[in-house]
Design a protein around this ligand. Sequence first.
Ligand SMILES: Nc1nc2c(ncn2[C@@H]2O[C@H](COP(=O)(O)OP(=O)(O)O)[C@@H](O)[C@H]2O)c(=O)[nH]1
Ligand SMILES: [Mg+2]
Length: 686
Amino acid sequence: MASYSTDKIRNVVLLGHGGCGKTSLAEAMLYCSGAINRLGKVEDGNTASDFDDEEISRTMSINLSVLPCEWEGHKLNVLDAPGYADFQGEMLNGLHVADTAVIVIDGSSGIEVGTQIAWQLAREAQKPIAIFLNKMDRPNASLRRVLEQLRGTFDTTFVPMELPIRQGEKFEGLVDLITQKAHTGTGKHPDAPADMADEIAEFRLQVVEYGAEGDDELMMKYFDGEELTNDEISHGIRAGLKSGRIVPVFCGSATELVGVRGFMTNMIDVLPMPTATEITATAKGGSEVTLKADPKGPLAAQVFKTINDQYGRVSFMRVWSGTLKGDARPYNSEAETEERIGGLFMPRGKDQVNVAQGVAGDIVGVVKLSETHTGDTLCEKSNPLKVERVEYPNPLYAIALSPISQGDSAKLGPSLTRITEEDPTLKSRYEKATRQTLLEGMGDAHVTIAVKRMESRFGLHVETAVPKVPYMETVSRTGSAQYRHKKQSGGAGQFGEVHMRVEPKDRGEGFEYASEIFGGAISQPFLPSIEKGIKQVLDVGVIAGFPVVDVKAIVFDGKEHPVDSKDIAFQIAGREAFKLAFQAAGPVLLEPIMDMTITIPEEFTGDVSGDLSTKRGRMLGMEQVMGNTIITAQAPLSEIQRYSTELRSITQGRGVYTMKLSHYEPVPSHMASEIAAQAQKEKHEE
Ligand SMILES: Nc1nc2c(ncn2[C@@H]2O[C@H](COP(=O)(O)OP(=O)(O)O)[C@@H](O)[C@H]2O)c(=O)[nH]1
Ligand SMILES: [Mg+2]
């Protein structure tokens, strides 16, 4: 594969609702550009993008694929992202390194939830957006209808760039609205059909008018009544796209290969070059620098995707600045260590092609980096740069994992490390309160697939369950008790007596131990023994087996024996006195309360808020934005552990939400006694 200069590279990420045809479009581009010589089909499981076993069996994309195509002397790095909300992490990775987000829309269905998500993510990432209306071969596909819908939904200027040519039901090709030439998918450019003249005139007027909006000078010229040349219109659209004021709309059919070649040419002519994107990095000493795609600039190549399979590690990088050589020894500014590049490559269909270097603006792959993870930057040691990282959403769904065999126990930790390193939206942790190993992600499909992957790649077998809720124990008022430990069965005796008071503390203040002993009822050396005894209880709890938090324990009196009092005696007395005092101090269970932001199409507002109230949810606010309702609410974690699945079913997959821990609150008393009883039962079973 030839080497391309920065201005001859285009980086785009394909985003959009699942099933709109992103993977098929990427496949069509690979095929039309000659990167592959057989057009694969998603249904047949033989596309270049969806090659993973899980992707083939589910006929949907799960991973971000890097699919470079060579077209008219340029290199188009096409990133095919999944559409399903569970795999948002991959969408964000793709967006991070792309210079344009191409949002693909099914021309017969119009805007769907996935379209809205893609739009929002692209806007948040401040990337220019272009639209590709796919499936225009379908009889009910309509540019006019989708354009109207887009204009009614998103607040920006949409410019139709092409008009479909139909002969009856059949989609024959497109008319370029700037040149007014037709494309029929065969590479020929005949004149547009004569009977479309009125329609072309109507749509071309929009292109000219909106194209002028992209550039203030053109705008003046246009309002002065002057004709704009084709070049000026193109320039206006390019400028407007780059600044985010204009969203061009292209059309085609990925499976019929109509509009695909023209779209690639448009990517070169209309979409911004890598130099249009600026990215912030932190330099030595913490100062911020802005990097631009300059091959002669300081080296900054950032890993945006890592695959750990049974053969080792593959990393994909975008070179933000400088030039990375295939035999370089760059410095990883995060791990603070040197890495060895043993050759760079570009994927070409299912194969890999070696390349000598990656210039600024390009995307390249490398195998077997030892210390480099997703998000890290490779740079020069003398100029350690850290390029800003993607901000990922908080997890929404967790499962508890228990290894099946002893061998699985040993594999659990390393497998989790590798799978979570590959996908930063997956997290694993040990929950001390419930003594469970958790795998957290964006939804049911996300964590289920991760578990399957660990099985097929690393041979790890686990049982999965809904996690136990990490309750905590505390007290609601002051209570006191005393305990005497006395043992005189042969040998040396044990004696210790402790009088203790337990008081509630504010949330988050933790445990505190104090003594009010004056005059030597208990001598000084035994006070730490008592504290040690109490600490044995803090992790395992008093009423239901959960950690004790936010209490103060005060020893205020006691007794000792000149011979039999010793460390162990006061540990036991302290522990037992604490348990009794805790019981006397109105013990309560605390449960985690989550902050939620739920976005749903307006028509589901009633159903979703009704459902929340059955989950002990509290509505905090409600807002109407672009046909959607945004609900802010709080609800106990115990009620919403499976909310991602439930919301999907209430809203037919059209609702999304985020959540994070807000605070802990007492569990209603009737529920607390049930939880305590259940915990006692489980303890007996153990
Ligand atoms: N009729 C028609 N079907 C298409 C077109 N593009 C994709 N499809 C079909 O739509 C389905 C989903 O396509 P896929 O590429 O997996 O969509 P993705 O989820 O956006 O990647 C598959 O069955 C494709 O064959 C198109 O242009 N026309
Ligand atoms: Mg796909």
